[in-house]
Design a protein around this ligand. Structure first.
Ligand code: MBD
Ligand code: FE
Length: 309
């Protein structure tokens, strides 16, 4: 059909009524957003002559996406979560902020309330005999001074690229810990070197990516929430250098400043000092937080997250 089809009076009226423009109740901003969205959908249908079969296939896709709890995964894969980061980056640039550790996406696999310990934690339960990882670093304020008592909330995948809680074969909170920094602002963890993540091959996200000719893989990475009193909350990740997907992340999270070089440690004295069984991989990463302008900036954004009991 034609562009002018959507200009017909009866269609204009239909979208106005369906968006609630003809009543005085509801939320005015939400009405405008819905009206815009419905108009765009109608334009797409007309422009690409989308058939009823295709339309109902798309509706069913939404059912499957919800059933499989993959909507947040798809948002990451379509680059929308990264887009939100780019908007926040731009806002900071306009505020004249620079020099802090860059943010990058949270992703859909955080679980709240991981065990807390002071200065150090062992994160793995010993069931995965992956390479031992010594992960450590320092948290600093924008003035470069170490921040004692900062909370470093860490989560990462196992050697199969799977995350505890979502992967029921792992123990509760495996590879998830909150570590508070010591008097020098330092944190340290014993864990295992994670592998990259791949979207469930039989899921709706991978099905959509396949139709775009894209893969659904992420490079090996470690997630962090870093927070300290009076400082701006930081949501970020580090990537382990050398991964084949380092610059081909399906979720677009890699940033130059967030690449850590894994170092092979074979010195028995250093292993002993760290109370590790022997040779291991060291990953060091320091964080610099901005001062918070208000209380809201000190907290991570609100979004639905998994809660384990
Ligand atoms: C992940 O581990 C992840 O971090 C993101 C963003 C998406 C899927 C899996
Ligand atoms: Fe992840």
């Amino acid at each position: 059909m034609s562009i002018s089809f959507n200009q017909r009076q009866d269609i204009i009226k239909l979208l106005e009524i369906s968006s609630g423009f003809t009543n005085d109740n509801g939320d005015p901003r939400f009405k405008k957003i819905m009206h815009h969205l419905l108009g765009d959908i109608c334009q797409l249908i007309d422009r690409y002559d989308i058939s009823p079969e295709e339309f109902w296939q798309a509706i069913n896709y939404l059912h499957v996406l919800g059933e499989r709890q993959e909507a947040a995964l798809l948002a990451a894969g379509l680059g929308l979560e990264h887009y939100l980061d780019l908007r926040d980056d731009e806002r900071e640039r306009q505020q004249g902020l620079s020099g802090g550790t860059p943010r990058t996406i949270e992703g859909p696999l955080y679980v709240a309330n991981a065990p807390v310990s002071a200065g150090f934690a062992r994160m793995d339960d010993g069931d995965d005999d992956g390479e031992v990882m010594w992960l450590h670093g320092q948290v600093k304020g924008a003035d470069g001074k170490p921040l004692a008592g900062a909370v470093v909330d860490i989560w990462h995948a196992n050697t199969l690229g799977n995350y505890s809680f979502f992967d029921k074969s792992q123990s509760g909170f495996n590879l998830r810990r909150r570590i508070t920094t010591d008097a020098d602002g330092r944190y340290a963890a014993r864990s295992i070197v994670p592998s990259g993540y791949g979207c469930p091959p039989d899921g709706p996200t991978q099905a959509l990516l396949n139709r775009l000719g894209r893969h659904g893989n992420r490079p090996a990475h470690i997630h962090f929430f870093v927070s300290a009193p009076a400082h701006k909350h930081l949501t970020t990740q580090i990537n382990l250098n050398g991964d084949r997907y380092l610059w081909d992340d399906f979720a677009f999270a890699t940033r130059d400043e967030l690449i850590a070089n894994p170092v092979k440690i074979t010195d028995p004295a250093l292993a002993a000092k760290r109370d590790l069984p022997g040779p291991h991989t060291e990953v060091q990463f320091d964080f610099t937080l901005y001062a918070a302008a208000d209380r809201i900036e000190q907290n991570r954004i609100n979004r639905p997250r998994a809660l384990q009991d």
